[in-house]
Design a protein. Structure first.
Length: 718
C-alpha cells in the first residue's frame, strides 16, 4: 500500500507543505506560495499547489499562471532569476495587472526552485514570498540567505521525489496550509484575556484570513445590529447587507494582503457612523468597533434595506467585482482567440466557482467551439459543427442571457435537451460586440447554483468583456493569417535540390502585428552544376514592402543565369520604371560547382561571409553598389572568388547583425567567429539556428532577419 501513487503524492505534498510553512516563518514573510509546472511539458503553465497565509478566495485567481504571462513568478521561472518588488509603486510600474487587482502595500520575491549556484531550472517550479507593506524596499542579507535556503530545501524535496519515480504533481485546486500556530494560552491567561477584551470600550471581533467571523463580543453585535448567533461563522458583508460594498471589503483585503493596520468609518442603516480598526497578522484580523461621529448621516439608498422586499441570499457584490477587474486587466494582453479562451478560463473557472466553461461562436450557420476548460474534449468535438438552429444553441443569435439553477429549470425551458455534460447548473451568456451577437459563453457548475440578481449582472458584464476581446482577437487572427499567407506566398516554399550542394534558409520577422517584412531570399537552379542565390531587403515592414519584395524576386528570377552585375542592373531598371517609392538592397551570387568558382555582386547589401574548407570565415569586401530603385543608369561590379568543395557561404540581411547603438562591423565579426568555430560537417540547419539564437540574445531586434547558408559538399565526405 505504501507504493500507491496517491499515498506518495500526499506524503510528498505534506513534506513540501511543512517546508513551505517553516521557511515562510523563518523568512518573516506573511504569505508563501509554491507553483508546480503542468505535467504536460507542452503546456507552458504553472499551477499554484500550496499556499500559506492566504485565503482560498485570494489564491483562486492566481491558481493557474501561463509561463509567458506578465506575472512575477512566471518571469522568475522562465528566466531563471529572482524577481523582487519593493512596494506598491514598484509593483504598479513593472506589473500593471498585478498592481491593478492588488493595489496594496506589500513586498514580493519570486524565484525559481534551483539548487544553490545552479543557473538551470531543474524543477520548473517557482516560489513566491510576500512580506508586509512595512518591509524595507530591499531584501536584507539574512532574508536573501533564508530565501536561498528555502529554495534549496524545496528543490531537494522535488528532485528527490522525481528521482524516486514519484514526481510532485500540481493539485487541482490550491491547498491552503495553516501557518504556524501561536502559543496556546492556559486557562488563567485565557480568562484574563477575555476580561481585558470586555473592559475595552466599544466592541471587538476576530476574522480569519478568509474574512469569516470567528469571535465576537456582545457589544460588537449590538453595534452591528445583529445577534451573535447570526454573525459567528459568516462573512460580515454577507451577514449584514449594508456592509456588502466594494469599499468595505477592499479595506479587509488591504489589511489581509499588506498585514498593515487599517481604519475606516462607514454609516449604519440607522444613520449613525461606525468606526472599524483592523489589526492583521498571519492568523487573521482583530477588529475593534466603536461609534463614529455623533452627527447622523442621511442613510443612502444602498445602505438601507427597502421594506417589503425579501432578503435573498446572494454572493458579495464586492467579491464578484474582483474577478471582473482581474479579467479586464488580463484580456488586454490577449492577442489571439485562443489567448482569450486561456486567460478567461484561468480567471473565471476558479474565481466564480464554476467547474467548466466553453466559448462558442457561429460560423456559416454552425456552432464552433473556440475553446473550453473542464469539459471532456470528446464531448466538445461532438458539439463542434452542429447547426445553430438546434434548441441548445439559439442563445448564439439572441441578446438574452439564460440562467438555469438546476436540471429541472433547464428541462422546463427546453424539454428536448439531452444533458450530456454531467453538470447541474448553467449560465448561457451571449457575447455582444458592436451591438451584434458574436458567440456565447457557457459556465457550468457541478451542483445546483442560485444565480442571484447581483451575480447575474456581474456575469453579464464579464461576458461583455470577453465578447470585445474575442471579436478583436478573431479579427487579429484573420488578419494575421492573411499576412502569413502573403509572406509565405512570396518566399520560396521549398529550395531546389542541387547535386553535391547543401543549402538552408531562415526568415524571422521583427515587426509585431502583421509579421510582414521586406526581407527575401531565393535559390535558383540553372543546371546540374550551376546555381544562383539572391538575398535582399526592401525598405519598410508593411504590405507595400512585401509586394515589392515579390516583384524583386520575380525580376531576379527572370534574369538568373546572366552575369551577376547584369542581373542587378536589369532588376534595378525594372524597379525604377515601377517607381515604387521604396529602395532595395540585394546581393546576387552565381556559383559554378564544376569550375569551383563563385561570382558575387552587391547593391548596397551587407557583405557575405565565406569560410573556406577547413579554414576560417572571412568578410568578402564587395564593391557596395547603389541600392536598387534609385538610379536607372546605375552599374554594378562582380567579384570572382574560389568555391572549392567544403566552402561555406553565408548571406544575410542586416537584421542578423544590426543592433541599435551597436557596432555593425563588430557584430559581423561575431557571426564570422561562430561560423569559424562550427564543426566542419555540422548540419547547416543547426548552424542556422545557432546564428539566429545568437542574434536574438542581445538587445531587442528592430529589423527582420533573412539568412541563407550555402555549402559545396566535399567529395571525401559525400
Amino acid at each position: 500500500m505504501d507504493n500507491l501513487p496517491g499515498r506518495d503524492q500526499n506524503a510528498g505534498r505534506r513534506e513540501l507543505g511543512e517546508a513551505l510553512v517553516e521557511s515562510c516563518g523563518t523568512a518573516g514573510a506573511s504569505i508563501g506560495m509554491l507553483y508546480l509546472p503542468d505535467p504536460d511539458p507542452d503546456r507552458r503553465v504553472l499551477h499554484l499547489t500550496l499556499t500559506t497565509g492566504l485565503s482560498r478566495e485570494f489564491a483562486a485567481p492566481w491558481s493557474r499562471v501561463g509561463l509567458d504571462d506578465p506575472i512575477p513568478v512566471a518571469d522568475a521561472v522562465r528566466e531563471g532569476r529572482l524577481v523582487w518588488l519593493g512596494g506598491q509603486e514598484d509593483t504598479a510600474r513593472r506589473y500593471p495587472r498585478l498592481g491593478l487587482v492588488l493595489p496594496y502595500d506589500f513586498a514580493l520575491a519570486a524565484a525559481p526552485l534551483t539548487a544553490a549556484g545552479d543557473s538551470a531550472d531543474p524543477t520548473g517550479a517557482g516560489l513566491v514570498f510576500l512580506w508586509p507593506g512595512s518591509h524595507e524596499p530591499h531584501l536584507s542579507e539574512r532574508e536573501h540567505q533564508t530565501l536561498q535556503s528555502a529554495r534549496d530545501h524545496l528543490t531537494g524535496i522535488l528532485l528527490r521525489a522525481a528521482g524516486e519515480g514519484r514526481p510532485a504533481r500540481p493539485a487541482a485546486y490550491p491547498v491552503v496550509l495553516k501557518p504556524l500556530p501561536p502559543p496556546t494560552p492556559g486557562p488563567a491567561e485565557a480568562a484574563a484575556a477575555m476580561a481585558f477584551i470586555r473592559r475595552l470600550p466599544g466592541g471587538n471581533c476576530a476574522l480569519d484570513l478568509n474574512g469569516t467571523i470567528t469571535f465576537l463580543t456582545r457589544e460588537a453585535a449590538d453595534l452591528l445590529g445583529a445577534p451573535v448567533s447570526g454573525l459567528l461563522g459568516n462573512l460580515p458583508w454577507e451577514a449584514l447587507p449594508w456592509m456588502d460594498t466594494p469599499v468595505i471589503e477592499d479595506h479587509y483585503r488591504a489589511a489581509a494582503i499588506s498585514r498593515l493596520p487599517r481604519t475606516f468609518t462607514t454609516p449604519h442603516p440607522t444613520g449613525r457612523q461606525l468606526r472599524f480598526d483592523l489589526y492583521p497578522d498571519d492568523t487573521g484580523i482583530s477588529v475593534r468597533i466603536t461609534p463614529g461621529s455623533d452627527e447622523p448621516d442621511e442613510p443612502t439608498a444602498s445602505a438601507v434595506p427597502r421594506p417589503g422586499l425579501p432578503k435573498e441570499p446572494a454572493p458579495s457584490r464586492a467579491t464578484a467585482l474582483y474577478p471582473l477587474m482581474l479579467l479586464a486587466a488580463t484580456l488586454t494582453e490577449a492577442a489571439h482567440a485562443q489567448d482569450v479562451v486561456e486567460k478567461a478560463a484561468d480567471q473565471l473557472v476558479p474565481s466564480l466557482g464554476a467547474q467548466a466553461m466553453a466559448l462558442l461562436v457561429e460560423e456559416d450557420g454552425r456552432l464552433r467551439v473556440v475553446g473550453h476548460r473542464g469539459y471532456p474534449a470528446a464531448l466538445m468535438a461532438r458539439y463542434d459543427g452542429t447547426p445553430v438552429r438546434a434548441a441548445t444553441t439559439h442563445v448564439l443569435s439572441t441578446t438574452t442571457p439564460l440562467f438555469f439553477g438546476d436540471a429541472d429549470e433547464l428541462l422546463a425551458a427546453h424539454p428536448k435537451v439531452l444533458i450530456e455534460d454531467g453538470m447541474a447548473a448553467w449560465a448561457f451568456l451571449p457575447l455582444i460586440a458592436s451591438n451584434r451577437p458574436v458567440g456565447c459563453l457557457v459556465l457550468a457548475y457541478s451542483h445546483p447554483h442560485t444565480f442571484a440578481p447581483g451575480e447575474r449582472a456581474v456575469l453579464t458584464s464579464i461576458a461583455g468583456l470577453i465578447a470585445q476581446a474575442l471579436d478583436r482577437a478573431r479579427l487579429y487572427d484573420t488578419t494575421h493569417q492573411l499576412a502569413h499567407s502573403l509572406q509565405t506566398g512570396l518566399l520560396p516554399r521549398v529550395l531546389p535540390r542541387i547535386p553535391r550542394f547543401e543549402v538552408t534558409a531562415r526568415y524571422l520577422p521583427a515587426a509585431r502585428g502583421l509579421d510582414i517584412g521586406g526581407d527575401f531570399y531565393d535559390l535558383i537552379r540553372i543546371d546540374d552544376t550551376t546555381v544562383a542565390a539572391a538575398i535582399g531587403d526592401v525598405q519598410g515592414h508593411n504590405v507595400s514592402a512585401a509586394a515589392l519584395m515579390g516583384q524583386v524576386r520575380t525580376a531576379v528570377h527572370a534574369s538568373a543565369g546572366a552575369p551577376p552585375a547584369e542581373v542587378l542592373a536589369r532588376t534595378n531598371r525594372l524597379l525604377t520604371d515601377l517607381e515604387p517609392g521604396l529602395f532595395t538592397s540585394c546581393l546576387y551570387v552565381h556559383i559554378d560547382l564544376a569550375a569551383r568558382r563563385a561570382q558575387l555582386a552587391s547593391a548596397g547589401h551587407p557583405p557575405p561571409l565565406l569560410r573556406h574548407a577547413r579554414g576560417t570565415a572571412e568578410i568578402l569586401g564587395l564593391p557596395p553598389g547603389l541600392l536598387l530603385g534609385i538610379d536607372p543608369e546605375a552599374t554594378y561590379t562582380a567579384v570572382d572568388v574560389p568555391f572549392a568543395p567544403g566552402t561555406l557561404l553565408a548571406l544575410y540581411t542586416d537584421g542578423l547583425v544590426e543592433v541599435p547603438g551597436g557596432d555593425i562591423e563588430e557584430a559581423i565579426g561575431e557571426v564570422g567567429a561562430l561560423i569559424t568555430a562550427a564543426p566542419e560537417r555540422q548540419p547547416l540547419d543547426d548552424l542556422a539556428d545557432e546564428l539566429i539564437a545568437h542574434s536574438c540574445r542581445g538587445a531587442p531586434r528592430t529589423d527582420d532577419i533573412a539568412l541563407l547558408l550555402l555549402r559545396s559538399e566535399d567529395p571525401e565526405h559525400s
